[in-house]
Design a protein around this ligand. Structure first.
Ligand code: NCD
Length: 309
């Protein structure tokens, strides 16, 4: 495999192989020698047209732990603000010898456009394209769920997960549904009708508009950020009403199974989709998702660039 653009690019075996490799790499990360020489001399470019904290830093940390050279490019403050196209930017990066380009872009399909073009000869990794996909996030989420809930199983069969909130604008939700289903989990999508995508009935998930009905059933609950920057209309009457019906709070935490975990890809709107005390509660694995992300992204870079997949 050369690129990682969509969860659909991965077979079941490849997905498991990435999670297993991340598990091995996590053992290295926990040891005294954090850095591996594997990608010494390789150049990895972080090409970010949209804002990011976690994903960009996580890919950067992953690449550096594998000894690659990292170039961080963000559209703000670059010639993109002078109108330079993706093509010319990619050609420039290619001339600088990029072995892999990690791209985040507001246009769905941008990562595939780059991968299918002649503008770059390296691997392309999709770090979020519009409302379409964010495969590395889904892989780190699956890694986190497996670690907490799968015990001796290789995959996620029998595990039930609710993905709650702004499904309409969420590339995290789409990639997660595809991957969790591939790994044998049962997924519930919970949102107000206005924040469900058209055609959601064809997704491999059960759709619900009632959070309180789903809560007692699930082993993990993944809260999604309300993506206000992608909303031109109002999708719900008020923030207060949204929190009342779809927000996670202490009363709802109490309805969850005793070993259920709370997830959020970040960044959080504390007080909107999740209360601060729920985000910081003992069930929350939100901070751990970030550290798992580094190991999963190390596995992705290693397998794509060191040619093992
Ligand atoms: C997500 C994203 O950018 O798609 N964040 C992330 O990568 N951790 C989710 C979001 O922005 O809400």
């Amino acid at each position: 495999m050369k690129h990682l653009l969509s969860i659909n690019d991965l077979t079941y075996d490849e997905a498991i192989h990435i999670l297993d490799t991340a598990h091995e790499l996590a053992r290295v990360s926990d040891g005294p020698m954090k850095k591996l020489p594997t990608l010494r001399g390789r150049t990895i470019v972080n090409l970010f047209y949209e804002d990011s904290t976690r994903t960009r830093i996580s890919f950067e940390a992953a690449a550096k732990r594998l000894s690659a050279d990292v170039i961080n490019f963000s559209a703000k403050g670059s010639s993109v603000s002078k109108g330079e196209s993706l093509k010319d930017t990619a050609l420039t990066l290619q001339a600088m010898g990029a072995d892999a380009v990690i791209i985040r872009h507001s246009a769905s399909g941008a990562a595939r456009r780059l991968a299918d073009s002649e503008w770059t000869s390296g691997s392309v990794i999709n770090a979020g394209d519009g409302t379409h996909e964010h495969p590395s996030q889904a892989l780190l989420d699956a890694f986190t769920i497996r670690k907490h809930l799968a015990h001796d199983e290789k995959d996620l069969r029998g595990i039930k997960i609710a993905i709650v909130g702004d499904v309409l604008h969420s590339r995290v939700a789409r990639s997660n549904v595809l991957l969790l289903e591939k790994l044998g989990a049962k997924v519930f999508l919970v949102a107000p009708p206005t924040l469900m995508p058209v055609g959601v009935e064809h997704w491999p998930a059960q759709v619900s508009y009632n959070l309180d009905e789903v809560l007692p059933e699930v082993d993990a609950i993944m809260m999604l950020r309300v993506q206000l920057e992608r909303m031109s209309d109002s999708f719900f009457p008020s923030a207060r009403e949204y929190s009342r019906y779809f927000g996670l709070n202490q009363e709802r935490l109490a309805i969850l199974k005793s070993n259920a975990i709370v997830m959020h890809p970040g960044p959080m709107n504390r007080g909107l989709e999740i209360t601060a005390d729920s985000a910081d509660s003992a069930r929350s694995v939100i901070v751990e998702q970030v550290s798992n992300g580094i190991n999963v992204r190390m596995a992705i870079l290693y397998l794509l660039l060191a040619g093992e997949m």
